[in-house]
Design a protein around this ligand. Structure first.
Ligand SMILES: C[S@@+](CC[C@H](N)C(=O)[O-])C[C@H]1O[C@@H](n2cnc3c(N)ncnc32)[C@H](O)[C@@H]1O
Length: 214
C-alpha cells in the first residue's frame, strides 16, 4: 500500500454515502462507540485526536460528551470528512476535521492526551499499521492514552465465520492481523508498554475489541 493509497470507508468511493446507515444497523455501533466515549470522559487532558475518523460519528460524540477537550478528527477521505463537517455545522462544539494519512500526520510531537481510533486499523496493511502506531506514539504526550476499537480475535468459530463478510468487502490482506489477534502485539512493537483489552463486543459481523495502550 503506497502512502497516498487508502481503503475508503466501505472500500468503494460510491458506497461512502451509505456508510452511516449500514454501520448503525449491522455492528452495534452505538453500543461500542459509547464505551469509548465514556472511557474518554474519565481521562484527564485537553487534546484528543480521532485517527481514521471517517464520517465523524465518534468524533462528534466525544466532543458532545467531553466539552473540555479540543477534538480533532483526521481521515484520508475528503468525502467522509465532508459528511463529518455537515454533522457539526451550527453546533457549539470544540471540534475540527483534517485531511491526512495516519502514517504521516500533520501534528507536532507530544500534542495529544488521547488518541482514539475506531474501525480504522483493519484498513491498513502490516507496514501501514506499524507506521501509524509509531506516529501515534510520537503525537501522544508521555502519559497519553491510546484507545483502539476494531475487529479482533473472534470469540467463537461462528464469530470467525461471520467476519468473512467484512473480509470480502474490506479485503483479506489488511484484515488478517486483526482477526488473528495480532494488533495488540503491533501496538507493543511500536513503543507502547501497557496494552490491555477493555471490552470485547461480539457483533453480527464478527468481534470488536476495545484496546487501551499507554
Ligand atoms: C471503516 S472507516 C471507520 C470510520 C470511523 N472511524 C468509524 O468508526 O465509523 C475507516 C476509515 O479509515 C480511513 N482510512 C483508511 N486508510 C487511511 C489512512 N492511511 N490514513 C487515514 N485514514 C485512512 C478511511 O478513509 C475510512 O474513513
Amino acid at each position: 500500500m503506497k502512502n497516498n493509497a487508502y481503503i475508503p470507508p466501505l472500500r468503494f468511493h460510491w458506497l461512502t454515502s451509505f456508510y452511516d446507515s449500514l454501520v448503525a444497523i449491522t455492528i452495534r455501533e452505538a453500543f461500542f462507540k459509547k464505551l469509548i466515549v465514556d472511557k474518554v470522559a474519565n481521562v484527564k487532558g485537553n487534546n484528543i485526536l480521532d485517527v481514521g475518523c471517517g464520517t465523524g460519528t465518534l468524533t462528534k460524540l466525544i466532543a458532545e460528551k467531553s466539552p473540555k477537550y479540543t477534538v480533532i478528527g483526521l481521515d484520508a477521505d475528503q468525502t467522509a470528512l465532508d459528511i463529518s463537517q455537515k454533522k457539526v455545522i451550527g453546533k457549539d462544539l470544540n471540534i475540527s476535521f483534517r485531511q491526512g494519512f495516519g502514517q504521516e500526520m500533520p501534528f507536532s510531537d507530544n500534542s495529544f492526551d488521547i488518541v482514539v481510533s475506531s474501525l480504522f486499523f483493519h484498513h491498513l496493511n502490516r507496514s501501514a499499521k506499524l507506521a501509524t502506531l509509531t506516529e501515534i506514539r510520537r503525537l501522544l504526550k508521555p502519559n497519553g492514552t491510546l484507545l483502539i476499537a476494531d475487529w479482533g480475535k473472534p470469540t467463537s468459530k461462528f464469530q470467525r465465520i461471520l467476519f468473512f463478510v467484512v473480509q470480502l468487502l474490506d479485503g483479506f490482506e489488511t484484515t488478517k492481523d486483526n482477526v488473528d489477534g495480532v494488533l495488540p502485539s503491533l501496538v507493543v512493537e511500536s513503543g507502547f508498554t501497557h496494552v490491555s483489552d477493555l471490552n470485547i463486543v461480539p457483533t453480527p459481523l464478527g468481534t470488536i475489541r476495545l484496546i487501551e495502550a499507554n
